[in-house]
Design a binder for this molecule. Structure first.
Ligand code: PMP
Ligand code: GLN
Length: 394
């Protein structure tokens, strides 16, 4: 029994920061602006569709491995209508247990031990764990706050990206709109990624779960760029676009050989999941565009409300172009360390945020930055701001 139970591959990933901070919020009765989930459920008719599917016995037993045909067709139609991408619902679309499983299955399917994966840092926490489970090595490329004129934002350093590629690089794991920074990669950045992938024969896995939560600029799927359709595995899910994060319905679109590879890993992770919810998400994807434009307008208002409030509370706000997160620097408050700040915040003023340094290989790059979620009711955001303003000098 000398050996610890947990594999060394997983020891750095024992608890996710999101679970830890949500538990802290519950324990202290704080307003939870940490873990990103909306405090209002998605459309009632979509919830009804799930209930109807259960009552009518649709999806209560194992659905087909690749996902129910109705949902695969709805995903293909969504990609065609929004982005002009054509995918065959039978061979080029795969339904997964959320984007999380899609990312893990893609990494497990596409990587050999020792391969290198380039990921934008700060990165979503499941990426590091997924890369480690695949026995591969992550190579971060840091998004750095731009301190130049105009609203501060994080940008991708294209020279740094290029320099990160080695003969061992197998794929780039790209997340745009980006969690936690809210960066939406622009066409120049995406074209540089595409050029590099073509030149060095790399695959790209794109995590596009915030595709519809873009306030400034536009979401451009990498697969729409020349030569990228054949080397890109695009991932999204219903959690963010339809405000049902607990349903865990995600999907992959890619050319048939890549989908077949990801499906091979997926069938031994969950095999299938969320039967009745798949029917409901197929209906959600068919909602009129006004639903998504309404969601975006609502979140834009919330972004501006929280951004203004955080600035009034003395933080330096990095205005996000997308997602439902705002990052802010706490240095102007006389604070230096985001972890210490976030651990003391519930006691001090009853608000929970997430320190972003845990999403960096180089914690110094994000030491004083914290993330707040704004997918909450206006009154909840207003109360959080009131508390932060009151607690600033404590
Ligand atoms: N990718 C990113 C960037 C995320 O922020 C999240 C969190 N919701 C996920 C993937 C996971 O998505 P899902 O809940 O569909 O697994
Ligand atoms: N994506 C959510 C966030 O960034 C959390 C999801 C999770 O807890 N795994 O807050």
């Amino acid at each position: 029994m000398g050996r610890p139970p947990l594999s060394s591959r997983l020891t750095p990933f024992v608890t996710t920061i999101f679970a830890e901070m949500s538990a802290l919020a519950v324990r202290t009765g704080s307003i939870n602006l940490g873990q990103g989930f909306p405090d209002t459920d998605g459309p009632a008719e979509v919830a009804e569709a799930a209930v109807r599917a259960i009552r009518e016995g649709r999806g209560n037993q194992y659905p087909p491995g690749p996902g129910i045909p109705e949902l695969r067709r709805a995903v293909a139609e969504h990609q065609r209508r929004w982005y002009g991408l054509e995918w065959d619902p039978d061979t080029e679309v795969l339904v997964t247990a959320g984007a999380t499983e899609a990312v893990a299955a893609a990494l497990l399917a596409l990587l050999e031990p020792g391969d290198e994966v380039i990921a934008l840092e700060p990165y979503y926490d499941s990426y590091a764990a997924g890369i480690a489970m695949a026995g591969a090595r992550r190579v971060p490329v840091t998004l750095r706050p731009d301190t130049g004129a105009g609203a501060p934002a994080y940008r991708l350093d294209l020279d740094e990206l290029r320099a990160a590629v080695t003969p061992a690089t197998r794929l780039i794991l790209l997340n745009s709109p980006h969690n936690p920074t809210g960066t939406v990669l622009d066409r120049t950045e995406l074209e540089a990624v595409a050029a590099l992938a073509r030149e060095r024969d790399l695959l790209v896995v794109t995590d596009e779960v915030y595709e519809h939560l873009v306030f400034d600029g536009a979401h451009i799927p990498l697969a729409t760029l020349p030569g990228m359709r054949e080397r890109t595995v695009s991932i999204s899910s219903a959690g963010k676009s339809y405000s049902f994060t607990g349903w865990k319905v995600g999907w992959v679109t890619a050319p048939a050989p890549l989908v077949a590879a990801v499906r091979t890993a997926k069938q031994y992770l969950t095999y299938v999941s969320a039967g009745p919810f798949q029917y409901a998400v197929a209906e959600a994807l068919a909602l009129p565009d006004s639903y998504l434009t309404g969601l975006r307008a609502d979140l834009l208002r919330k972004r501006d409300l929280l951004a203004a409030g955080l600035a009034e509370a003395g933080l330096r706000v990095f205005r996000p172009a997308g997602t439902y997160f705002i990052t802010a620097d706490i240095t102007p408050l006389g604070e230096k360390d985001g972890v210490a700040y976030c651990m003391s915040l519930p006691e001090r003023c009853g608000v929970v945020a997430v320190p972003t340094q845990v999403f960096y290989d180089d914690p110094d790059a994000g030491r004083s930055i914290v993330r707040f979620a704004f997918c909450k009711k206006d009154e909840v955001l207003a109360e959080a701001v009131r508390r932060l303003k009151e607690g600033r000098s404590a």
